[in-house]
Design a protein around this ligand. Structure first.
Ligand SMILES: Cc1cc2nc3c(=O)[nH]c(=O)nc-3n(C[C@H](O)[C@H](O)[C@H](O)COP(=O)(O)OP(=O)(O)OC[C@H]3O[C@@H](n4cnc5c(N)ncnc54)[C@H](O)[C@@H]3O)c2cc1C
Length: 240
């Protein structure tokens, strides 16, 4: 049974003008699988508590975990975590949580990752785990829908994938409002063309992971089912 554990902030990495990744160490952390999340609990001086869920954005690494937070306008918890929570301070986390939206590195099928905005967080943990397998891992493709280049999280990870030019691990940014000069895809919302990819067809037994805001997840999951993917092979995580 999961218990609340003390988690101390050790470092932060900016992901955009407003979002950041928090690098925490957790007392007695039992380890986790890519795709899992934690519940995070803040306690105010007067005892008031707030709990929110955050995906683990890096693979297991001893007592270290990473979460990546997008501040919600007028939100209670995320603006604090994304801008004010200071290095050296502590919160509590419970986890790891979730057993369905999980990629187990021993699985052989091709994996199609579909992210909307901050929904890239758990998919980044899966991508990093896949890269750790080197030549032994299955094909992976990330379709990452985002507003503009300033919202591109995990830049070093995506740059590593682009530079490696490894046809078995690929990533495409699907900009919805503004694309960088020369970007091959016109701006616009995700379409079937972004997901209808050789090597990631239903006949390849592709496993799809879709994560992001609820409306995005529903749209992308519907596109995948429309393309013929079995609903039980389209795993979804909604950030609400
Ligand atoms: C499994 C899971 C994993 C998640 N992983 C991540 C992650 O990796 N990264 C991430 O950034 N988020 C993630 N989330 C979302 C996260 O849990 C929070 O929901 C998010 O950070 C917002 O929390 P908050 O306290 O700032 O906002 P809240 O205070 O909960 O408010 C949320 C939104 O609702 C609005 N709102 C609140 N109250 C009202 C009201 N009375 N009337 C109108 N509007 C209102 C606020 O303006 C805000 O925009 C995840 C969620 C789930 C379920």
């Amino acid at each position: 049974m999961s218990q609340w554990r003390r988690a101390e902030l050790r470092a932060v990495t900016p992901e955009s003008d407003t979002a950041r990744t928090l690098h925490l160490t957790v007392d007695g952390w039992p380890g986790h699988l890519p795709g899992q999340h934690v519940d995070l609990r803040l306690t105010a001086d007067d005892g008031y508590q707030a709990v929110r869920s955050y995906s683990l954005s890096a693979p297991a690494d001893g007592d270290r975990i990473e979460i990546s937070v997008q501040p919600a306008p007028r939100g209670e918890v995320s603006p604090y975590l994304a801008a004010h929570f200071p290095v050296g301070a502590a919160v509590e986390v419970k986890g790891p949580l979730g057993g369905w939206f999980v990629w187990k590195p021993a699985r052989p099928e091709p994996v199609l990752l579909v992210a909307g905005g901050s929904g890239i967080a758990p998919l980044a943990a899966m991508l990093r785990s896949r890269l750790d397998l080197g030549d032994d891992g299955p094909p992976f493709h990330l379709a990452y829908s985002l507003r503009d280049p300033g919202q591109r999280w995990f830049g070093p990870l995506l740059d590593t994938i682009a530079k490696a030019e490894d046809p078995t691990v690929t990533a495409a940014c699907l900009y919805t409002r503004t694309a960088p000069p020369g970007h091959p895809r016109p701006v616009g919302r995700i379409t079937t063309a972004d997901l209808d990819l050789p090597g990631f067809q239903p006949a390849d037994a592709t496993l799809a992971f879709v994560c992001g805001p609820t409306a995005f997840v529903e749209k992308a999951a519907n596109l995948l089912v429309h393309l013929g993917h079995r609903p039980d092979r389209v795993r979804t995580e909604r950030f609400g």
